[in-house]
Design a protein around this ligand. Structure first.
Ligand code: DON
Length: 529
């Protein structure tokens, strides 16, 4: 089964498995297909993370996160008065980190692939050449982005339109098809060197961008040891730094395990109060301690230590909310030496892969590389550009996540695999910026504690707290009126929001069949055979 953000991309992945490919082959093909039919987040100009569990129980995870260019520096987004210029870190050429996605797909393929890479890229080339019909949601989104596309591009991209886009309109992408062909013929060097590198560097030079030939050539994805934890008899396998997802998720689950939330009820006052109190503390730790492990010493073992977390949560009161200003990062004695997309795949042999990948904002920095036909990320905004000043997701941070040349920016992406008694149980993940961690957390609770099926768990309304701003974000209709009033009486501020997350998940049912969970908040589709 493949669950991804777009029906055409899920179909590409499914075909790969029908033709004898494994889950990783299917995930790679789906990733390239998303770069064609889901350009707001599917990408070759961005980066991400993959968590893998093969059916023999071996686990691994790949970091293909973007890196700061060599010319990046700590104060690059501050103006003359020392104020942060959010526009520079989110829009246009300067916002872009060195893309990791293409290198990541080749690294995955080298370790696990069984079909030739050329075969996995081929369907995407065809879709880029022949065109694809856009969905109603895509038309709506594209119509809101026209002005930004015009502001940030010197030419008319295939996504420009003078009239409103309509559902069913066809978009062809000849430049992108050619770029994919370069990659198909020349492997990872087809992107990081040669004509595509020329096009990227020329694009950078046209708009104060910093990415150089050397930045591209030297980019390397990194195999990292997955973060592992336990929750009510389940093993949780998730992403290590530079994603904060795995550590934060395990911290939240540790804080939840001591409480009978199934008895309290899904989205009940007490359950949400507990989640919000845990989240404030976990996001405070995130802001203080987490960053690129190649640059900062992250106290991973302490943050995952059950005694540390027990003490950390000891001041949680069930009578009132703790104001965020009274919450700070836990004390660790000494330091140990808007748009993303997720796809989940399980093959017939039980191999599983979870990939979350992103351009950061919807369509990244809005710049399409001229001649090469793909959008660039604006991942640099995930750094903490000024201590204590929020980024586009309202997240704050400090030294651990400050900008430095070649450094990877901290992420919230949380591709996660769950096993029980040594057997695969769930593959989970979602976009949503800072809400990714808490969406994955709630989805695990929905299945494990609230006994929901996969689709129901994905569908269920979500809530979110991230320490600052001091508010619980509540999806429309998530809570009954009385739960809202009760939470306010406990001292929580509530802020209503339209949609949280776009999950793509797979659950292994007790009889071995697979249940997909594809988020109705988007065009997400799970297909199996
Ligand atoms: O890595 C991160 O945490 C962010 N760049 C993810 C962005 C995101 O999920 C936007 N999607 N809605």
């Amino acid at each position: 089964m493949v669950s991804s953000a777009h029906p055409l991309a899920s179909a590409v992945g499914l075909d790969v498995m029908k033709n004898g490919g494994n889950a990783i082959d299917a995930a790679i093909a789906t990733h390239f297909a998303l770069a064609v039919v889901y350009p707001q987040a599917g990408n070759i100009g961005g980066g991400g993370f993959a968590v893998i569990r093969m059916n023999d129980g071996t686990i691994s995870s790949l970091d293909f996160r973007e890196k700061a260019p060599a010319l990046a520096h700590r104060e690059m987004y501050l103006n003359a008065d020392g104020q942060l210029d959010n526009l520079l870190s989110t829009h246009g050429h300067m916002a872009t980190g060195v893309p990791g996605a293409v290198d990541g797909m080749f690294a995955l393929h080298q370790k696990y692939g069984t079909l030739p890479m050329a075969e996995l890229i081929e369907p995407s080339i065809k879709m880029a050449q022949r065109g694809y019909a856009i969905t109603p949601l895509a038309a709506e989104l594209l119509n809101t982005k026209q002005e930004e596309f015009q502001t940030h591009n010197r030419w008319s991209t295939p996504y420009h339109s003078d009239q409103n886009w309509q559902a069913g309109d066809t978009i062809t992408q000849p430049d992108l098809a050619q770029t994919l062909e370069h990659i198909q013929t020349n492997g990872r060097n087809g992107f990081y060197e040669g004509i595509v590198a020329d096009q990227i560097v020329a694009e950078m030079q046209s708009g104060n961008g910093l990415i150089s030939y050397a930045d591209l050539k030297n980019y390397q994805s990194v195999w990292r040891k997955p973060i592992i934890g336990n929750y009510r008899g389940h093993q949780i396998i998730s992403m290590a730094p530079p994603s904060s997802g795995g550590i934060a998720l395990i911290q939240l689950l540790q804080g939840t395990e001591g409480y009978p939330i199934a008895d309290w009820g899904h989205n009940s006052t007490k359950t949400i109060h507990l989640m919000a109190e845990l989240e404030k503390r976990v996001y405070a730790d995130r802001a203080t301690y987490l960053g690129d492990p190649d640059f900062v010493d992250i106290p991973v073992n302490q943050l995952l230590d059950s005694l540390y977390n027990q003490q950390r949560y000891a001041d949680i009161s069930f009578d009132k909310a703790t104001p965020s200003e009274l919450v700070s990062a836990g004390e660790i004695p000494s330091s140990e030496s808007p748009e993303t997309t997720h796809l989940s795949v399980v093959d017939a042999d039980g191999n599983a892969v979870a990939i979350t990948t992103t351009l950061n904002s919807s369509f990244g920095n809005k710049v399409m590389v001229k001649g090469a036909g793909f959008f660039l990320n604006n991942e640099m905004d995930d750094f903490s550009s000024k201590p204590g000043v929020p980024n586009q997701f309202g997240l704050i941070g400090g030294d651990a996540n400050a900008i430095a040349p070649h450094k990877r920016m901290l992420s919230s992406m949380t591709p996660t695999i769950v096993t029980k008694n040594g057997k695969l149980k769930m593959v989970v993940g979602t976009p949503g910026g800072s809400t990714i961690i808490t969406s994955v957390y709630q989805t695990l609770l929905n299945v494990i504690d609230f006994d929901m099926g996969m689709q129901e768990a994905v569908h269920a309304k979500k809530v979110h707290h991230q320490w600052y701003p001091d508010e619980i974000r509540v999806e429309t209709d998530a809570l009954t009126g009385s739960v809202e009033t009760d939470l306010e009486q406990l001292g929580h501020q509530l802020r209503m929001t339209d949609k949280i997350g776009r999950m793509d998940c797979i659950l292994v049912l007790p009889d071995g069949r697979l249940e997909g969970g594809a988020d109705p908040r988007g065009d997400n589709t799970a297909l199996g055979y």
